[in-house]
Ligand binder design. Structure first.
Ligand code: URA
Length: 436
């Protein structure tokens, strides 16, 4: 086989054999196929998309390019959750300790933030001392005793995807549904799970701006999961405005703790509990999502979920004092209040502008090796639909650097839209796909 013939075949829109996909992925992973050929192949896939069978082969080839976990000795269902990424989305941090209160194990491997979206790894690392680079044994031990563990992506998991994703990022080949679906599912299937709940986001702050595209991606993800023998459910959810009220790494830990303490913003609570309720149902603990939601509420109200979160911090080196006082979290030196320029109703809080504004303030990074500032971020005081008066505080900015504040303001002034008429209400969860 020759890579050039496979590229030609895909360029002509012909269907590839499993062996051809395997040859390309293995060759690229072992540096036998150069980046320029893989780039050409990926670009061909953008114009002549892989069909479902090809995508399934690609997923499994990437999945088996590295280590796969086997937690069969843990006597519970292993269920994970994945989000396609958004702004202010700390649902993983909330739902994992909730679900872990029951007989379900959550082997959660998360990513860092990139671009305008945040990442679970950066949020957890804002807790002083918290360690995300666990050994496999530590990860497994947490799963057995605590029912959940959280670590960052390692080089051993789906290395073919890591190499291909890095190439896609610089060759304008990220936005292609079969490639995205294969990339996400190869990493999740390597975690040794029995079931997966996906939060596929659409809107300004999401990867997929349109509901139609997010729904299509959700369908592919569910089909790959189910064809791989895993129960898979996808929620298609609105990411036009940020989720919750706090955006920024340590601020999102604060809001996580607030929700686990039994308060916090309604949109964040609703989505987190629907996701945890779905996970509990996939894990065989509840008979319906509704019952799973009430079990989740119970775990918050009896304090067990917060206790689980505290135990996670203890085990992974984090300062547990943050639970009782946010003063132990990194905090920025200055605050600035962003005011409403006029009266009316908040019709839009563009999550992409908010995410970019947060990123340039120091919450995010341009490249994976940039340093982030865990202490900075935003607190939203109003959400879409709220009535505002001129000069009401829309947002508090926590910052350390005047230049970064100025760069952030460029984004923030584009983010808010105030109209005389109240905007129509749109449900956060638009669709649920897959069979329970
Ligand atoms: N997230 C991934 O893991 N892969 C993609 O291709 C896109 C988003």
């Amino acid at each position: 086989m020759r890579a050039v013939d496979i590229i030609q075949k895909k360029k002509e829109g012909r269907v590839l054999f499993k062996e051809e996909i395997s040859f390309l992925v293995k060759g690229f992973t072992h540096n036998d196929i150069p980046e320029y050929q893989m780039s050409a192949f990926l670009m061909a896939c953008c114009f002549k998309p892989l069909n479902f069978q090809e995508t399934l082969h690609l997923t499994h080839e990437m999945l088996h390019s590295g280590k796969t976990f086997d937690f069969s000795d843990i006597p519970f269902k292993k269920i994970d959750k994945h989000s396609t990424g958004g702004v202010g989305d700390k649902t993983s941090l909330i739902l994992a300790p909730i679900v872990a209160c029951y007989d379900v194990a959550i082997p959660m491997i998360s990513g860092r933030g990139l671009g305008h979206t945040g990442g679970t790894v950066d949020k957890l690392e804002s807790i002083p001392g918290f360690k995300m680079n666990l050994t496999f044994e530590e990860f497994q031990d947490n799963l057995k005793t605590l029912h959940f563990s959280m670590m960052g992506q390692t080089k051993d998991i789906a290395p073919a995807d890591a190499k291909m994703y890095a190439l896609r990022d610089v060759t304008a080949t990220v936005e292609c549904i079969p490639l995205i679906a294969a990339s996400i599912m190869s990493k999740k299937l390597a975690e040794g799970i029995d079931g997966l709940v996906l939060d596929v986001k659409f809107g300004y702050g999401a990867f997929m701006q349109k509901l139609k595209d997010a729904t299509e991606l959700a369908k592919w993800l569910v089909k790959i999961g189910e064809s791989s023998g895993k129960k898979t459910i996808a929620l298609v959810t609105d990411m036009n405005q940020p989720l919750g009220n706090k955006i920024g790494n340590s601020l999102e830990i604060e809001e996580t703790i607030e929700v686990l303490q039994g308060h916090g913003p309604k949109d964040l609570i609703d989505l987190s509990l629907t996701l945890s309720g779905t996970m509990l149902t996939l894990g065989g603990i509840s008979r319906s999502v509704k019952e799973g939601v009430s079990l989740s509420q119970k775990a918050i109200h009896n304090g067990k979920a917060l206790q689980k979160f505290k135990e996670l911090l203890q085990r992974q080196g984090g300062d547990t004092r943050v639970i009782d006082s946010f003063s132990y979290l990194p905090s920025a030196k200055y605050t600035f209040e962003f005011l409403a320029p006029k009266a009316g109703f908040l019709a839009k809080i563009n999550a992409r502008n908010i995410g970019k504004g947060a990123s340039v303030l120091g919450c995010g990074r341009e490249t994976l090796t940039d340093a982030i500032d865990p202490s900075v971020g935003f607190i939203l005081h109003k959400k879409v639909g709220a009535k505002v008066q001129k000069k009401d505080i829309l947002l508090t900015i926590r910052y350390n650097d005047e230049k970064k504040l100025a760069a952030s303001m460029v984004e923030l002034i584009q983010a808010f839209e105030i109209t005389p008429k109240k905007p129509s209400f749109k449900p956060l969860i638009q669709k649920v796909l897959g069979k329970l």
